[in-house]
Each structure stands twice: as structure tokens, then as C-alpha cells.
Ligand binder design. Structure first.
Ligand SMILES: [Zn+2]
Length: 456
């Protein structure tokens, strides 16, 4: 590691940053990988992480009350000066597995520093936030700071596999009568290059998440030997259903947060597009058409999406399938529901002989207010630390643990206070995940300022 270079680049922030960065790197090196198969999870790494966290942040562990949730998730309670509703700061301990064939430039659990950035799985998703929050709290405690109101930290160990930990943390808070003022989890970022032609980065704060559901389609028939096939067998009907789904996409719709995003972005889009965005509310039909035609990413902004992910038929080449299946994974936009989406699928395939089974159902999250003092606190803190950014609400595509907290709190926000290029955003759950050392330190300052600025 080029120590001199690191020291020179970060000394302007605070004198103890080298140590902070070293603690962060050490925690990146613990491979806390979540697997869908419970048995594949190496619990020892999670124990190590929790122990190393305690050793790295002694004041935090001395002053905050710790509640272990299930095995390795942590809920920490920091008592404030007033009885005002507390805030919950969230992050997760686990990371997604490494694809062994992916061309990582640097070892995924090496936490090596190259070109002023720390490389490794979890640097952005989500140990950057977790260690960032802890570093901010530790510094404030060292200064003798007492928060104006209670602060809870909720660190989940099974976020990446939608495990039971976050719902259990919510139940713990509910049992203690905790009704948060707001909840902040990972999600948005200071996103550079988020929209073609838009120069300033967008400080996107997620105010809702798309829902998800998987629907299995099943067609049945007599099966038999493949030398005497009859028309209309299970595989043919499933294939027809898949093609019909592809043709009958969901209609577009523009949820309120998306309209607000466009309005805030309008002054920064290329001149010819400016009137379209500035008048987004009035020209919705046109805007929807433009976005639906502008590629998969922008289309996903304005409609519920469907992807046929798995297909099955006969297990042998010379046997006609007696049953064939296809799984359709849907990402449900605010405004649609699991029920309405299922109905759309049923109508689109227009075949009563195909049975539909909803395998999992997560409704879209309710929209958190973005005309509100809590949202204003987040965006004004963004303004302090990221002067060039345009803060704005948006609807998140991915799911986070914070969706469970909507049952105890109407203000759930998703924002990660780090600058991220498009390449960095694409590295999440992929390869070459890395975070700029200065960007991480600036994120630590953002969490610090957020806590300092909490009203009593
Ligand atoms: Zn994450």
C-alpha cells in the first residue's frame, strides 16, 4: 500500500483518518458472504466480524446498548438528550458471493489500495456505510457528544438473502415501543453520470422500492413417447405463454417521486429535453413513451417489469413432458400490487389450462414523504458535503432490508453518502467493487453531520 500517498491525500480531513481507513480495510477482509443455502454460510466469519467490530469501535460498544438479533445481526441503542422520536441508521454486515470466473483486478477480500481507492467486496455494498456509521459515532463519542435524540443502529447479517433478521429487528423495536422519526438505509448515492447529458451528480434518496414477486406458470398433459407427439402439449403452451407475456408488457406510469426527480433534474438536462422534464407532470404520456423507448433501464423506471427466468420440461430427450413450467419474476412499480400484477399475467397469457402460483410476494414500499423536515434534513446535509449534487427523491429498483421498517415508520429513506460513478454502481454484486478513500471519508463526515444536525 502506498502509505505516503494515502496519508497525503487524506490528512486534510482529520488526523486520525489513517487509523479509520485501516479499521475499514480490516473489516472488508472478513468474508461475510451470505448464501441462499443456509448450510453454505460460514458462521465463523460473521463471529469474527462482530468481534472485530467491537475491538475497532470500543467507545461505541461501551456507550451503546447492544441487542443481538437472531445470530449475528446487531441492534445498538444510543441514548439521546431528549425523548423525541429516535432515528434508525441501517446497514448490513453480509456481502454477496464472488463469481470465481469474474475478472477482479484486485483480490475481492484484499482491501488493497490502488489509485486512491480501496478495492473489495462490500466496499460499496454495504460495509462502506456500516463502518462509516460506526466511525462517525466513535468520533462523536470521543468528543463527548450526546445526540439530541435517541439513535438506533441496525446492522443486518442476512440482507442479501432476504433473511429473517430485519423482520426480527423490527419486532424487537416494536416490542420496545420504538416509533422512529425516520429510518435511513443504503440505496441511493451521489450518482455521477446517472442520466445522459446531465452534468452534476444526482443525490438520489430512495423514497420507495419496487416490489417483487415470482409467479410460476405450469401446464400439464399426458406426456408419452416423443415419437408420437400430439399438438398443444405442455411445452408448446408454456412457450406460447412466454411469447404472449413478452408482447403484453405493463403500461407505463410515472409515480410522484419520479415526477419530482424529473422536475429537479430539468435545469440540468440538455436544452432540447428541458421543456419535457420541466413540464413532466403535464406531458406524462409523451414522457412515458420516450422513456419506454430509451432502453431497459429507463423503461424499468416507468413500469412493472416481467422477466421469464427459469423454464422446465421433460427430463429426457425422448420423453414428452407431462408438465412444463416457467417462472416469471416481476418488479412491481408503486401503483401496481402483487394481485394486480398477477391478474395482468393471467390476462396476458389468456390460457385457462395454465395454472399460476405466486411463489413469493413483496408489495412495493409505501412512498415516504419528500416534502417533510426529515427529508429536508437529509437533503440539506447532502448540500453541505456535496455542494455540486442535485438532491432528489427517486424510486429504487432494488430491495433493501428497510422495506420491513415501513411497518413501524412512515419515513424510510435509502441513501448511501458516497460518490459513485456508473462503473462503480455496476460493480455492486459484480466485480471490481471499490470506493475512493476520500469519498469514504467524506461519507463518514456526512453521517457525522447528520447526527450532529438532528433536532432535539
Ligand atoms: Zn446492500
Amino acid at each position: 500500500m502506498p502509505r505516503g500517498l494515502l496519508g497525503a491525500s487524506v490528512r486534510s480531513v482529520t488526523e486520525v483518518t489513517d487509523q479509520d481507513v485501516e479499521r475499514f480495510r480490516a473489516l472488508i477482509r472478513v468474508p461475510t458472504v451470505s448464501y441462499a443455502e443456509e448450510a453454505a454460510i460460514e458462521v465463523g466469519h460473521f463471529e469474527t466480524f462482530v468481534e472485530l467490530l467491537a475491538a475497532s469501535f470500543p467507545l461505541l460498544h461501551e456507550h451503546l446498548d447492544l441487542v443481538r438479533i437472531l445470530e449475528h445481526s446487531l441492534l445498538l441503542h444510543w441514548r439521546g438528550r431528549s425523548a423525541a422520536d429516535p432515528v434508525v441508521l441501517m446497514a448490513h454486515i453480509d456481502v454477496v458471493p464472488i463469481d470465481e470466473s469474474a475478472p477482479w483486478q484486485h483480490p475481492p477480500f484484499g482491501a488493497e489500495i490502488h489509485d486512491g481507492a480501496i478495492w473489495g467486496r462490500g466496499t460499496l455494498d454495504d460495509k462502506g456505510s456500516l463502518v462509516g456509521i460506526c466511525t462517525a459515532v466513535e468520533r462523536l463519542l470521543a468528543d463527548g457528544f450526546v445526540p439530541p435524540r435517541d439513535v438506533w443502529l441496525s446492522f443486518g447479517a442476512r440482507e442479501e438473502v432476504s433473511g429473517p433478521d430485519a423482520p426480527a429487528a423490527v419486532e424487537e423495536l416494536r416490542a420496545r415501543g420504538v416509533t422512529p422519526w425516520f429510518v435511513l438505509d443504503e440505496g441511493g448515492a451521489i450518482a455521477h453520470g446517472a442520466f445522459p447529458g446531465v452534468q452534476p451528480p444526482l443525490g438520489v434518496v430512495g423514497v420507495s422500492e419496487k416490489g417483487t414477486t415470482t409467479i410460476e406458470l405450469r401446464a400439464e398433459g399426458r406426456g408419452g413417447h416423443s415419437s408420437t407427439p400430439a399438438p398443444g402439449g405442455p411445452t408448446a403452451r408454456i412457450a406460447r405463454a412466454v411469447v404472449r407475456l413478452e408482447k403484453r408488457q405493463f403500461a407505463g406510469s410515472l409515480p410522484e417521486p419520479t415526477l419530482e426527480l424529473f422536475a429537479r433534474m430539468a435545469p440540468h438536462v440538455p436544452a432540447p429535453l428541458r421543456p419535457l422534464f420541466a413540464n413532466a407532470r403535464r406531458v406524462q404520456p409523451l414522457l412515458k413513451r420516450v422513456l419506454l423507448a430509451s432502453g431497459a433501464e429507463s423503461a424499468a423506471l416507468v413500469r412493472t417489469t416481467m422477466a421469464v427466468t427459469t423454464l422446465s420440461g421433460s427430463p429426457a430427450h425422448n420423453v414428452i413432458a407431462s408438465s412444463a413450467t416457467a417462472a416469471v419474476n416481476l418488479r412491481i412499480l408503486v401503483g401496481d400490487t402483487v394481485a394486480s400484477a398477477t391478474e395482468h399475467v393471467r390476462k396476458a397469457i389468456a390460457d385457462d389450462s395454465i395454472r399460476l402460483e405466486v411463489l413469493d410476494a413483496n408489495e412495493p414500499s409505501p412512498v415516504s414523504p419528500f416534502d417533510d423536515p426529515a427529508f429536508e434534513l437529509l437533503t440539506s446535509t447532502i448540500g453541505e458535503l456535496f455542494e455540486d449534487a442535485v438532491p432528489t427523491p427517486y424510486v429504487m429498483m432494488a430491495a433493501t432490508d428497510s422495506r420491513y421498517f415501513t411497518s413501524i415508520c412512515p419515513r424510510v429513506y435509502r441513501f448511501t453518502p458516497f460518490r459513485m460513478t456508473k462503473a462503480q454502481r455496476e460493480s455492486i454484486h459484480s466485480y471490481d467493487e471499490h470506493i475512493g478513500v476520500d469519498d469514504w471519508l467524506n461519507g463518514v463526515r456526512w453521517y457525522t453531520r447528520l447526527i450532529e444536525r438532528l433536532p432535539a
